[in-house]
Design a protein around this ligand. Structure first.
Ligand code: SF4
Length: 312
């Protein structure tokens, strides 16, 4: 199983980014609970975890969690806004494989509008974190505000060795929906930007439009709840809990939601209790030697469509 698990370790943040779509009510589980979850990830043979939040460095125990992930042999990518890296950077060495940082603009007016603070000085500080012990990666959200000045970001990041620079088209996910009219970038404009960035002929630049952003991502919260991006709607949907079902089974559910072509490979017979006890998602294998998947979502346990699975 080489699927990346995106683990949101907190929801607290020290920035007021206008386009932020994070969950606001994540439980800040204590260190022991977090270490139990690391063990569950190890048991599920997870190879790669992306740590995000909120701002993960606001957790004073983050280094302990990262150390536990490394003990399980898991590749760790840490997504931080960079604002409090200075105090922690030394302690992160050896615990992080990729440090991923946001750069939305080199124009302070645009930074102010999108992230609610100047960022240029911080970006210069961030560039100094290029270090042989971990790779640097950058991500940018392309919006109506900053799209025209994005090529200038490349002039900046290419001054240091970096692993990738991901440019995402703004998506009005979750609470960011209220900013749709401010930030939404027309598809045609974004594709023009993609063409311009392709002209730089740097394979480290990855461009992700709104549609491509709908992927069978695996998001994990501190309760073990797993969710994914809805294939069509701009929202996350819950698909299971790691303390109740193994990740392969939950992956089967995501696989079924996205269709049989996803990288999870197969689904197996499973019944998953959704985050809401009244919502169910079921995946069942059928046929001899071939797997055919079917998902039923029902708001009531006695929904007649669930009778199909009554031989479980
Ligand atoms: S730094 Fe990240 S988590 Fe914090 S407000 Fe900005 S986008 Fe949201």
């Amino acid at each position: 199983m080489d699927q990346v698990v995106n683990w949101f370790v907190n929801s607290a943040c020290n920035l007021p980014c206008a386009y932020c779509f994070r969950e606001r009510d994540l439980e800040e589980k204590g260190t022991e609970g977090m270490l139990r979850l690391v063990k569950v990830l190890g048991k599920n043979k997870v190879k790669r975890v992306t740590i995000g939040g909120g701002e993960p460095l606001l957790r004073s125990d983050l280094e302990r969690i990262l150390a536990a992930l490394k003990e399980e042999g898991i590749f760790v990518s840490l997504h931080t806004n960079g604002t409090i890296l200075k105090q922690r950077i030394k302690g992160l060495r050896g615990l992080v494989d990729i440090l991923s940082l946001p750069i939305d603009s080199v124009e302070e007016g645009e930074n102010q509008q999108m992230r609610g603070r100047p960022y240029v000085g911080l970006i210069e500080e961030i560039m100094g974190y290029a270090h042989p012990e971990f790779k640097l990666a950058f991500k940018t959200t392309a919006t109506r505000v900053n799209w025209a000045s994005l090529p200038k970001i490349y002039d900046l990041v290419r001054q240091v060795p970096f692993d990738y620079w991901k440019v995402y088209q703004f998506r009005p996910l979750n609470e960011a929906q209220v900013y749709d009219s401010t930030f939404a970038l027309p598809d045609k404009t974004f594709e023009g930007l993609r063409a311009e960035l392709s002209g730089l002929a740097d394979r480290r630049i990855q461009v992700v439009n709104r549609k491509e952003g709908h992927q069978p991502y695996v998001f994990l919260d501190n309760q073990g709840n797993v969710s994914t991006v809805h294939p069509d709607l701009e929202q996350n949907i819950p698909v299971g809990n790691l303390f109740e079902a193994d990740l392969e089974a939950i992956g089967g559910c995501i696989d079924a939601i996205y269709g049989e072509g996803s990288s999870w490979g197969f689904a197996r017979k499973v019944r998953i209790n959704w985050r809401s006890p009244e919502n169910w998602c079921l995946v069942k294998e059928r046929g001899e030697g071939t797997f055919r998947m079917r998902v039923v979502t029902a708001t009531r346990y006695d929904d007649p469509r669930l009778a199909y699975f009554s031989d479980d």
